[in-house]
Design a protein around this ligand. Structure first.
Ligand SMILES: Cc1cc2nc3c(=O)[nH]c(=O)nc-3n(C[C@H](O)[C@H](O)[C@H](O)COP(=O)(O)O)c2cc1C
Length: 342
């Protein structure tokens, strides 16, 4: 496990120094007007010294109507450039690449976006879709100006891009609805926009759900179709999450092991496995199944040195209690994100 985990991963536009990734992890602590709370810099500074292949930031909101919760950071205007640059500087200070995850909450904007119109896959006009595509492009441009190594599109977990992809949420009859290619069109257009405004060599990643509520064959076929599109377009890698993305309790195996195994047979696009990885055996099993890299979120909150622990054959200390999903209590000193923090 250790040998493969700590070997470089060459991708289309970037080479990751190793195959261990810190998955996107929102810290739920921005100010009311979406500015970075200083604690975040400490988190990234601490991660920078770890033997990681890539750090993925929290999903950062590309447009005000898409704010997904009241503690989410923003990158929708130049007002957020300096602090984004500080995150990038902290995260990359040890030589590990860091990509900014870009997101739009779609219907999760309800109650969180200060009363702006709430975007849903069915109600969005084509002009609004074009506006979202442009907003992602501008956000990516800011992220690159801020010093990030690339960007990741948050196409998972029922945020706007994921809502657009699920037939359960998207009932459109135009070119943005119906077949998998059409439901994926907004993501494809965002990818193309980013390449146009930031340059063709800009590393772009996608996180997407590899299953639907019942893990159906229809959805599996849809995902195979879009992974084919990603491969043709030149997506650097796709992180495979799922409908039930961060479960409570200790898993007996990585959540999406079987999805990775099935998808690997049908696509050559680099795949990053995430979800419920807790032991060296889990990592081994994912590599055997065809994952190119493995990614963890909660284990890093519990112990930023978790990779050393795994390399020594020990389990992570994450109990899966999910307390980390709560908004941060900024009155505590020191600030604790995980009650079992080492
Ligand atoms: C506190 C917390 C915040 C998260 N924030 C994000 C996020 O901003 N974007 C995202 O794609 N996933 C987010 N996730 C999901 C993780 O990236 C990951 O997919 C999930 O937690 C499963 O991995 P794990 O079992 O290693 O925690 C978050 C998870 C946690 C626990």
């Amino acid at each position: 496990m250790t040998n493969k985990l700590f070997t470089p991963l060459p991708l289309k536009n970037i080479t990751l120094p190793c195959r261990a990734v810190r998955s996107a992890t929102e810290l739920f602590c921005s100010t009311e007007d979406a500015h970075v709370y200083p604690y975040e810099y400490d988190v990234y500074r601490e991660l920078a010294g770890k033997p990681l292949g890539m750090i993925i930031t929290a999903h950062t909101c590309v447009s005000p109507e898409g704010r997904s919760n009241r503690w989410q950071n923003a990158i929708w205007s130049d007002e957020y450039l300096a602090e984004s640059a500080q995150i990038a500087a902290c995260a990359t200070s040890g030589g590990v690449p860091c990509v900014m995850q870009l997101g739009h909450g779609g219907m999760k904007g309800e109650g969180n976006n200060g009363g702006l119109p709430v975007y849903t896959p069915d109600s969005m006009t084509k002009e609004e879709i074009r506006g979202v595509v442009k907003a992602f492009g501008k956000a990516a441009q800011r992220a690159m100006r801020a010093g990030f190594s690339g960007v990741m599109l948050h196409g998972a977990h029922m945020y706007l891009l994921s809502q657009c992809f699920y037939p359960e949420y998207n009932h459109r009859t135009d070119e943005y609805g119906g077949c998998a290619e059409n439901r994926f069109r907004i993501i494809r257009e965002i990818f193309e926009e980013i390449k146009t405004v930031c340059g063709d060599r800009t590393p772009v990643f996608l996180k997407i759900n590899g299953d639907d509520r019942e893990d159906t064959e229809d959805y599996h076929r849809d995902i195979v179709t879009v992974l084919g599109i990603c491969e043709t377009m030149g997506m650097d890698a796709v992180e495979i999450s799922g409908w039930s993305s961060a479960r409570t309790g200790r898993p007996d195996k990585p959540y999406f092991l079987e999805n990775i195994r099935r998808l690997r047979r049908e696509t050559a696009v680099p795949l990053i496995a995430v979800g419920g990885i807790r032991t060296a055996e889990d990592i081994e099993a994912l590599f055997d199944a065809g994952a190119d890299a493995v990614s963890m979120a909660r284990p890093f909150l519990q112990d930023p040195d978790v990779l050393d622990k795994l390399a020594a054959g020990k389990e992570t200390g994450c109990t899966g209690c999910c307390t980390c999903f709560k908004a941060l209590d900024k009155t505590k000193d020191p600030i604790v994100r995980c009650p079992f923090r080492k």
